[in-house]
Design a protein around this ligand. Structure first.
Ligand code: ACO
Length: 331
């Protein structure tokens, strides 16, 4: 029986740093409000001409270097993102072209903040069935170009950042290493609690000049509603992974949650009874980078020496859909 394990991890964020004070110039907000409610101090935003596949490429190069592999060793690409470089096709094909891998399959996963967990889980199954040997899993996002930077959109605009993270997942015969279990969920009854309504195929044409003058082309969220479900489902899906493998919270060496909001991460750690030193949080630097947040946090944790050989590492996410999920692995 084959197992799957991560052998390379890398991340990339654009150079342009946007502080809370920068946001104060465009909308009625304050550094104090943003820090207190979200924990965010800075985020990185792309410049004109940058692409989601381009961010993904930079992260992928680092993950490949870390794995000691070349692009040609990759036999499947899974790209988690809500965005693509253009309306279609998905960013995975643009990345595959940049990597020079014609013919190698490339799949897009559009599950917002839980996208990377869905992607990693998919990679795990393709490896365990013996279909592919080395899978590149990318989480990359450009949010900044779709935000309402006026006071009208301040509740969402202050939260999000751009960036990318990538991992190389490979087949191994080691029994006690790698991905132990994955758990995925969705509940479409809450799709409109965190969403972007327009452009929409229900309109003929799907986007008009008049539509662009409304706020319905920007992402919307019922913040308190999302908070309530996030702090319930995050711990639940971690417990599900622990129950499936016979471990307990005390066995977790490192918890890497989707970086939604510092207050959500703190509430989840508290509900789980996880000491803060076992939790990875970098939202103060990058904001919420949706599908990219877990691989960025994992890559940084690895660079900082916080992930060691043999550690039990738990990943979990919650986001639009609603979707939520977890991955438990032995590093
Ligand atoms: N700056 C200043 N004031 C603001 C801002 C801002 N950026 N945004 C909203 N406000 C104002 C509101 O207009 C409101 O003013 P009012 O009282 O005069 O009407 C006041 O602040 C309070 O607004 P609320 O929306 O009630 O603020 P809340 O305390 O709920 O905090 C927040 C908002 C941070 C979004 C919170 O609801 C939250 O933490 N939600 C969790 C969801 C989340 O963070 N999601 C991340 C993305 S989804 C994901 O990754 C899972």
């Amino acid at each position: 029986m084959l197992n799957s394990k991560i052998i390379g991890v890398g991340h990339y964020v654009p150079e342009r740093v946007i502080t809370n004070h920068d946001l104060e110039q465009w909308m009625d907000t304050s550094d104090e409000w943003i820090r207190e409610r979200t924990g965010i101090i800075t985020r990185h935003w792309v410049k004109e001409g940058d692409t989601v596949s381009g961010l993904g490429l930079e992260a992928a190069k680092k993950a490949l270097d870390h794995a000691g592999l070349k692009a040609e060793d990759i036999d499947f690409i899974i790209f988690a993102s809500m965005a693509s470089d253009h309306d279609f096709p998905g960013a995975g094909c643009f990345l595959q072209e940049k990597m020079g891998l014609p013919g190698v399959p490339s799949m897009d996963i559009r599950n917002a903040c839980t996208g990377f967990i869905y992607a990693l889980s998919t990679a795990d199954k393709f490896i365990k069935t013996g279909t592919y040997k080395n899978i590149l899993v990318v989480g990359a996002e450009i949010q900044s170009t779709g935000l309402d930077l006026s006071t009208r959109g301040r509740d969402m605009a202050v939260l999000f950042g751009d960036g990318a993270g990538a991992v190389v997942v490979t087949a191994t015969e080691e029994k006690d290493k790698g991905i132990l279990t994955t758990h995925l969920h969705a509940d479409g009854r809450f799709a409109k609690k965190l969403w972007c309504e327009w452009p929409s195929v229900t309109h003929h044409p799907r986007i008009t000049k008049e539509m662009c003058e409304t706020d319905r082309i920007y992402p919307k969220m019922e913040g308190r509603f999302v908070f309530k479900y996030a702090v319930t489902y995050f711990p639940q899906v971690v417990q599900e992974a622990l129950e499936a493998t016979g471990y307990s919270v005390e066995d977790i060496d490192l918890f890497i949650p989707h970086q939604a909001n510092q207050r959500i991460t703190e509430a989840v750690a508290q509900r789980l009874g996880l000491p803060w030193e076992k939790v990875v949080s970098n939202i103060h630097k990058y904001g919420n980078t949706t599908a990219a947040s877990i691989p960025i946090a994992m890559s940084e944790a690895f660079q900082e020496g916080r992930i060691k050989d043999g550690d039990l590492v738990c990943l979990a996410a919650f986001g639009a859909g609603f979707t939520w999920g977890s991955v438990l692995m032995r590093w």
